[in-house]
Design a binder for this molecule. Sequence first.
Ligand SMILES: Cc1cc2nc3c(=O)[nH]c(=O)nc-3n(C[C@H](O)[C@H](O)[C@H](O)COP(=O)(O)OP(=O)(O)OC[C@H]3O[C@@H](n4cnc5c(N)ncnc54)[C@H](O)[C@@H]3O)c2cc1C
Length: 443
Amino acid sequence: MTSEGAAPVRTDPDVVVVGGGVAGLFCAYHLRRAGASVTVLERGALGGPQSCSSGNTGFVGTHGAAPLAEPGLRAFRALGMLSADAPFYVKPRADRESLRWLGHFARACTATAAAAGFRTLIELKRRSLDLLLELCEIPSIAATFESPGIVLAFKTAEGFAEASRAVSRTVANGVPLRVLRPGELDELEPKTRFDIYGALYNPEGAYLRVPEFVVAFGRVLREMGVEIREHTEVTGFEISARGVERLHIEHGALPTERGALRTEHGTMRPGDVVLAAGAWSTECARLVGIDLTLQPIKGYSVTVDMPPGGPSRPVLLSEGRMAMVPLGDRLRLGGRLELTGMSTAISARRVRGMLCTAGEYLPDLAGLPTREAWSGLRPCTPDGVPLIGRASPRNVLVAVGYGHIGMGLAPAGGELISRILAGERPAIDPLPLRPGRFTSTIS
Ligand SMILES: Cc1cc2nc3c(=O)[nH]c(=O)nc-3n(C[C@H](O)[C@H](O)[C@H](O)COP(=O)(O)OP(=O)(O)OC[C@H]3O[C@@H](n4cnc5c(N)ncnc54)[C@H](O)[C@@H]3O)c2cc1C
C-alpha cells in the first residue's frame, strides 16, 4: 500500500533489525558477517538526535561497568532521589510499569546483586572493546575512536577514600585502575587546572565520537550489504502460531516532485526479527505481546567550545556523576539520570547545573557558553544488565536495556544475538542476560 504510487519490489531479508542505534547496528554487523541478509529499520535518520546513541559521551573500554543499582542506594538515597536537583532524579509516578521497575531496582540494590551485575557487564565490556579495536581498524571509522585512558576526579576526601579502597577489588576483576600520585595528574594533563582532592586513572579508557561513529559505521554496514532504511517506523506485527509473519512499516519523509513530504506504507516478511529499539522497545515489544521490564532514564549532554585549559582525555567528575570528553575543538559534558517518562524536553536549569558542576572540578570551565544541549533516553533494566536473547514468539529476539553504558556493551551484545540465531556456542554466558528474568511471559 502506498499513498502515492507502488513501493519498489524488495526481497524479504533473513533478519529485520528494528532500531538503528548502536544496539541494532551491532546486531546487523555480526549477523551480516555470519552470512545473513539483514535490513535495519530506523524511525529517524541514522545518528539523528532521537537516538540515545547520538549525543552521549561515548565511553567504551573497561571503565564504568558498575550497574546503576548500587548497594545502599535504596536505604540512604531514596528520599534524595525525589529532589529535582539530585543527580539521579525519580519523578513520583503511580503507573504500574514504573512501580514494578522501581520494585525490581530496589531489590537489585544489594552487594550480591551489584557484584553479579558487575561481573556480567565487565565481561561484555571486555569482549566489546576487543571487537571495537578490530572494527576501528577500518580507515573510515578509525578517526571516531580514541583510547587515551580516563581520569576519575574526586572533589571530596570521602569520595576519594571510598574509591581508593575499592581499587584492589576492581584490579582483581581485571580493570587496570590505579591511584594517581601527587604530580602525576599534572604530567598527564599539563594544560588543565583541577580543583579536586584526588584522582584515579584507568589506561584502558577509550571513547567513540558520536554521532560521527554511528554515521561512519552505517556507511560500512551498507558497503557490507546491509540494507538500512531510515525514516522507517515499524508500526505493527502480524503473528501466527509460527511466530511473526509480517511487519507493518511506515516510511516517512520521502520528498515528492513538488517538494512536499509523503508517507509510504508497506509490509515485510522476514525470517527473524531483532528488537533493538532502545527506550521505545517496551512499546514496540508490546505490539508482539512481549512484556519488557524497561524504563527510559533521561540524560543530558552539553557541548561547549574547547577552552584553552580543557583536558586532552576523558575525565569523570565522580561525586557530580558527570563525564567530560574532548572532541577536537569542542568539549562535551554528559550526565544526569532522570526517571521521568518518555519526554526528552531539555531543562535549562539542568544544563546550567551541569556547567556549574564542571566549573567546580575544573575552574577554567566556569561560565562557558553552551554550543549545543541534547537529551537522550537510556533504555534501562532494573538490575543494569541488558536483555539479550530469544523471546516468544520464537522468531523474535531482543537486544535492549543497555542503560548508561550501551556504547561499551552493544558490540558484544550484537555478537551474542548472531551466535544465538546461528545456534552456535556464545562467547559470553547468556544466562544472566535472558530477556524473561523479570517476567513470566518470556523465556
Ligand atoms: C547523557 C548520556 C551519556 C551517555 N554516555 C555513555 C557513555 O559514555 N558510554 C556508553 O557506553 N553509553 C553511554 N550512554 C548510554 C548509551 O547512549 C545508550 O546505552 C545507547 O545509546 C543505547 O543504544 P540503543 O541502540 O539501545 O538505543 P538508541 O540509540 O536510542 O536506538 C534506538 C533506535 O530505535 C529507533 N526506533 C524506536 N522505535 C522504532 C520503531 N518502532 N521502528 C523503527 N525504529 C525505531 C529510534 O529512533 C532509535 O534511533 C549515555 C547516555 C546518555 C543519555
